[in-house]
Design a protein around this ligand. Structure first.
Ligand code: AMP
Ligand code: ZN
Length: 142
């Protein structure tokens, strides 16, 4: 069985399982997350099955970001939120559970009580930072 046949988000696109649609066009589909961080939490997904964010075609990725941010604005206007997070988990260790790339639009209120568990490390020296930077740049491919 192919990845696409089994994939829960491909099933949503094909209408095989129900979803609460917010928006769709030729490239993408957006719907309410079934277990929202805050009410109105939306997922924006490409119609085509890609696993990782770097595989998504540029026009589709651009559309996902554009529509995601517009939905974020709509969440603020309609449900009185103060802001929103756009979040994408790439890889299981990053928290990706559904292996069909997707962008979360998480509406945020000033006092919603939710905190990303964000830690902040430090580079031990300038040379360590430079070494890290050079390694990244060396592998950067388009
Ligand atoms: P991630 O952890 O980034 O892979 O996020 C997967 C998201 O998909 C989670 O927030 C789930 O709540 C959501 N999800 C899983 N199944 C469904 C579904 N059938 N309809 C809507 N959202 C879903
Ligand atoms: Zn899929």
């Amino acid at each position: 069985m192919s990845e696409e046949t089994n994939c829960i988000f491909c099933k949503i696109i094909r209408g095989e399982i129900p979803s609460a649609k917010i928006y769709e066009d030729d490239l993408i589909y957006a719907f309410l997350d079934i277990s929202p961080i805050n009410l109105g939490h939306v997922l924006v997904i490409p119609r085509q099955h890609w696993v990782g964010s770097s595989e998504i075609a540029e026009d589709v990725a651009g559309r996902m970001f554009r529509v995601g941010s517009r939905i974020g604005v709509a969440l603020k206007r309609s449900l009185d939120y103060d802001g929103f997070n756009l979040h994408l988990a790439d890889g299981a260790c990053a928290g990706q559970v559904v292996m069909h790339a997707h962008l979360h639009v998480v509406p945020r209120g000033a006092d919603d009580g939710f905190r990303w568990n964000w830690r902040q490390m430090q580079y031990s020296s300038d040379s360590v930072r430079t070494e890290i930077l050079n390694k990244i740049v060396e592998k950067l491919k388009f």
